[in-house]
Design a protein around this ligand. Structure first.
Ligand SMILES: NC(=O)c1ccc[n+]([C@@H]2O[C@H](COP(=O)([O-])OP(=O)(O)OC[C@H]3O[C@@H](n4cnc5c(N)ncnc54)[C@H](OP(=O)(O)O)[C@@H]3O)[C@@H](O)[C@H]2O)c1
Length: 257
C-alpha cells in the first residue's frame, strides 16, 4: 500500500489524539484538525486517504455530513464514536468512501493498551479493513468484529447500565446531604474504589457519559430494568427480610457466574 495520509477530525485531544499517536508509530503521516486549527475539514479531505471522525458524539452527525461527500471511493472514512448504529448509517449514506465503524473500549488516558478491546466493523469495502485490523493486532489490541446493532446492545450494558449505576450512586450520596469529607473518614476499600469512579464520571467528561446514555437505543429498556430491580429488592426486603434478600442474591449469582 502506498504512503498513508491520515486526517483525524478531533485529533487535538481525547481519543483522536490517542489514535494519532498510534498511527504515527505505524509510519503514517497524521494531520489533525479541531475547531481552532489552521487545517480545516476541507484540507483534511483533500490531502488524506484515510479520514477519521473523533469529535464529541453530539457533533459527530454534522461532521460526517460535512466531510463524507468530499471523499473519493478508494479512501477510508472511519469514526471512533462510542455508539455505532447512527454514525455507521450516516457514513454510508453521506460518502462514497469505504466505511469502517470503530470503537476503542478504553479511554485516551490509558498508557498501555495491550489486551484492551476494540470494536471494528467493515461497513463498506475490503481494501482498508485488513490495514487497520493489522495495526490494532500488532499493538496487541483485541479486535471484536461486531455489527453496529450488536455493539449498541452490548454497550447498553457495559456503558449505559454501568454509568447509570454510577450516576445513581453519586446522586444518592449527594442526596444524603452528608459531606464527603465526613463520609470518607469511614470509607472501606470498595467504597474508595467506587468513589474514584464516581469522581471520574461526574467531573472528567459528564457530557460524554450523558451522550452515551442519551444516544443508545436501549436506554429506555435499561431504565425499566433498573426500576424493576429496585422495586423487586424493596419487595424482597419488605416480605422476607435478610433471609429472602440473601436467597435472591444467591439465585442471581447462580445465573451470572
Ligand atoms: N473519551 C473516551 O473515553 C472515549 C472512548 C472511546 C470512544 N470515544 C469517542 O471518541 C469521540 C471523541 O470523544 P473524546 O472523549 O475524545 O472527546 P474530546 O476529548 O472532547 O475531544 C474532542 C475532539 O473533537 C474536537 N472537536 C470538538 N467539536 C468539534 C467540531 N465541531 N469540529 C471539529 N472538531 C471538533 C476537539 O477539538 P478542539 O476542542 O480543539 O476544537 C477535540 O479534538 C466520541 O465519539 C466518543 O464517543 C471516547
Amino acid at each position: 500500500m502506498k504512503h498513508i495520509n491520515v486526517g483525524i477530525i478531533g485529533g487535538t485531544k481525547g481519543m483522536g489524539h490517542w489514535l494519532a499517536g498510534l498511527l504515527q508509530k505505524e509510519n503514517c503521516t497524521v494531520h489533525i484538525c479541531g475547531r481552532k486549527t489552521v487545517l480545516e475539514i476541507n484540507d483534511i479531505a483533500r490531502i488524506c486517504n484515510v479520514v477519521v471522525v473523533a469529535v464529541p458524539i453530539s457533533a459527530t452527525a454534522d461532521i460526517i455530513k460535512q466531510v463524507g461527500p468530499l471523499l473519493a471511493k478508494d479512501t477510508l472514512l472511519m469514526d471512533l464514536t462510542s455508539l455505532k448504529k447512527e454514525p455507521v448509517k450516516l457514513m454510508l449514506a453521506n460518502s462514497p468512501a469505504e466505511v469502517i465503524g470503530c470503537h476503542p473500549l478504553f479511554g485516551p488516558a490509558l498508557t498501555d493498551v495491550s489486551g484492551q478491546n476494540i470494536v471494528l466493523y467493515p461497513a463498506r469495502g475490503t481494501k482498508w479493513f485488513p490495514w487497520i485490523k493489522n495495526i490494532c493486532e500488532k499493538n496487541k489490541l483485541v479486535v471484536l468484529e461486531t455489527a453496529p446493532d450488536e455493539h449498541d446492545k452490548m454497550m447498553a450494558i457495559v456503558q449505559v447500565l454501568n454509568h447509570l449505576n454510577t450516576i445513581l450512586l453519586g446522586m444518592a450520596i449527594a442526596e444524603t446531604d452528608i459531606p464527603l469529607t465526613q463520609i470518607n473518614k469511614f470509607s472501606t476499600p470498595i467504597f474508595k474504589t467506587k468513589l474514584e469512579i464516581i469522581k471520574k464520571v461526574f467531573t472528567e467528561s459528564p457530557g460524554l457519559y450523558a451522550d452515551i446514555i442519551m444516544g443508545n437505543p436501549q436506554t429506555g429498556k435499561m431504565l425499566d430494568i433498573c426500576e424493576k430491580t429496585l422495586t423487586d429488592i424493596r419487595q424482597t426486603i419488605k416480605s422476607g427480610g435478610g433471609m429472602k434478600l440473601k436467597e435472591a442474591i444467591e439465585k442471581t449469582a447462580k445465573k451470572l457466574f
